[in-house]
Design a protein around this ligand. Sequence first.
Ligand code: ADP
Ligand code: MG
Length: 339
Amino acid sequence: MYSELISNFKFIIITIILLLLSCSKEPPIFKKTKFLMDTVVTVTAVGPKEEVEKAIDATFSEIERLESLMSGFRKGNDVDRINRSAGINPVKVDKDVLIVITKAIEISEMTGGAFDITIGPLSSLWGFGVKENYIPARADIKKTLSLVDYRKLHVNVQKSEVLLKEKGMKIDLGGIAKGYAADKGVEVLKGEGIKAGIVAVAGDIRVFGKRPDGKPWHIGIKHPREKDKVLTTIDLEDSSISTSGDYERFFVKGGIRYHHIFDPKNGLPAPNCQSVTIISKEGILVDALATGVFVLGPEKGMEFIESNKLIKGIIVDSRGEVKVSSALRSMTPRGKIGL
Ligand code: ADP
Ligand code: MG
């Protein structure tokens, strides 16, 4: 009887030790940050240190490569060559540039032109990040608008060629390239054998797999008006999330807030949202749609989100009111969205 008790006790102790050991066997998680694509890029990966470090470095190299292809400030890169050849001749481009431009045109069509990468001449005229608090004259905006039209951007997939039909036209990939970089970053991590991680190019984030504790990744969405607060936290596995806001690049003059997301219809900063968050599978899609839905505004924007089964979203309108798409409402276990 006594010896039976001892052996049971031993069994319990061994089980507890085994349990503790299995808990401490959670795979480690590593994170690295670099300034790329004009913003902060953070790559997180789960796995053994050496393997993960190698994978993260390869991810940064890939994002650097994409930056040099797609930046609007690199002389001689594909974007620069397309813009300089506007109205003259088609330009042969890299496969990734072709993918991004093709997808951008598709998203322009989906959003009725609210998203339009031929916004380039308008971005240059306003000059966010280059000029200081500059408001262009109405006449200059009007003149520039005649150069903004995605229907005059032609892609020949077979030949890998891109042509802007009119002289003076310019593409600007600022509203889509970061999401694509998140996609490609994840592709590299997976190719290196990593089973779970996050690639965050500022607010363009793609996650895959699960956290080491087996739970989904918790992704915070910035509050558009209170710098250190989050609007909410979303649990995500194998998906992408992107937030576009009027708080990243802006200035206030005469009580009006001017920011870097333009309505291609009138050439002015889109006035009706503070921020738009889109969730779906692909980074390239959510990045461009967050920008496009921002331009559409809260009503048309939410209608657009609800009409597409593959996307979910949150819109904070210009008064700070928060609208959540129905599919997302049932998915956020962290209570009320907003503050
Ligand atoms: P962020 O760059 O802050 O992540 P977005 O993804 O919304 O925000 O991209 C904004 C950028 O997209 C602008 O800086 C500009 O380069 C470009 N852009 C602005 N308006 C439009 C638009 N209507 N369609 C496509 N791109 C746009
Ligand atoms: Mg965007």
